[in-house]
Design a protein around this ligand. Structure first.
Ligand code: PEP
Ligand code: MN
Length: 337
């Protein structure tokens, strides 16, 4: 952090600001020019709010030169993180291929989809039991019953399961039953929930908020990591823009940007991004080519009758064709699936 003092600040005022900096546990390095004096703050400035100094009458401006995140920061952890999801590795060349219905509707439905996507090469099964719906009158998910269905299908098919946690009340249940715990876009900045995730012994799939900047998203990951759970996988799922033709706009730039800023794996959910099944294939291929560490795709055996998100769901045969193409791209860029 750098504090620029107003021109011609007196020595007495420089010393006062310097002491203020030291009161926050930081050392100082003072640069005196002819008119301007600059105070460089040395030490851990992540927890120090620039406003502490901005209010001083001698201070012109305060600039952060370091990012406010440490645990998620590539600078402090240059190697790519590899997250282990019940034996399935994600990151640093290992692709997460998550597929399944938006919502768990019945045992037969999930079983049929799970068998199909596994045969195509998926290595994790998704399905919502607790659903964050915009309308209170829409299908809210089967809750605990849905989670039990997902667990039964896991036993039958042998794929780790991914499902969304909406309330800290269910952390014990998710610890017991879920392999990868999804935090949905709408809860990305539910800070009380994020702070509780240290109690989770399972890795977390953190979706990008509907209108979150890169740094807000990383700070959400930082909350989870600072609470004691460093096993975080990021998921780009499109952001709100002025465009209404598509459900959201897939921000492919987030892949190289997050790869540069953090060491965490990043996967892409093209289903919620576009909201249309025919956008899933081209966007999945683009995501893998751009360096994503995996895909989360909604697949339904009967999309026309799906209780949620049928329009963006692929039929199993289309998912199979998609993974054949993704495999070719993965081969070219040296990723394993
Ligand atoms: C989902 O994956 O089921 C979901 C609700 O996604 P998002 O939080 O990205 O909207
Ligand atoms: Mn969905």
């Amino acid at each position: 952090m750098i504090i620029v003092l107003k021109p011609h600040t007196t020595e007495e005022n420089v010393v006062r600001v310097e002491n203020l900096v030291k009161k926050h546990g930081l050392d100082t390095h003072i640069v005196r020019g002819q008119e301007m004096t600059i105070i460089g703050c040395i030490g851990d400035t992540t927890a120090v709010d620039p406003k502490f100094f901005e209010v001083d009458s001698s201070v012109d401006k305060v600039m952060h030169v370091q990012e406010p995140y440490k645990l998620a920061n590539r600078a402090f952890h240059p190697e790519n993180s590899v997250i282990d999801v019940s034996g399935v590795k994600v990151g640093d060349g290992h692709l997460a291929l998550i597929a399944g219905p938006c919502s768990i509707e019945s045992y037969d439905q999930v079983l049929e989809i799970a068998k199909a996507v596994k045969a195509s090469g998926a290595n994790m099964l998704r399905g919502g039991a607790f659903k964050p719906r915009t309308s209170p009158y829409s299908f809210q998910g089967l809750g605990e019953e849905g989670l039990d269905i997902l667990c039964k299908v896991r036993e039958e098919v042998g794929l780790p399961i991914v499902t969304e946690l909406m309330s800290a009340d269910y952390i014990d249940l998710f610890n017991e039953k879920v392999d990868l715990v999804q935090i949905g876009a709408r809860n990305m900045q539910n800070f009380d929930l994020l702070k509780q995730l240290g109690k989770l012994k399972r890795p977390v799939l953190l979706k990008r908020g509907l209108n979150a900047t890169f740094d807000e998203w990383i700070m959400a990951a930082e909350y989870i990591m600072a609470s004691g759970n460093e096993n975080v996988i990021l998921c780009e799922r499109g952001i709100r823009t002025f465009e209404t033709f598509t459900r959201n706009t897939l921000d492919l730039q987030s892949i190289p940007v997050m790869n540069r800023k953090t060491h965490l794996p990043i996967i892409v959910d093209p289903s919620h991004a576009g909201g249309k099944w025919w956008l899933v294939e081209p966007m999945s291929k683009a995501a893998i080519a751009a360096g994503a560490d995996g895909l989360m795709v909604e697949v339904h055996n009967d999309p026309e009758c799906a209780l949620c998100d049928g329009a963006q769901s692929l039929k199993p045969a289309k998912y199979d064709a998609l993974l054949k193409q993704v495999r070719q791209i993965a081969d070219v860029i040296g990723k394993t699936m």
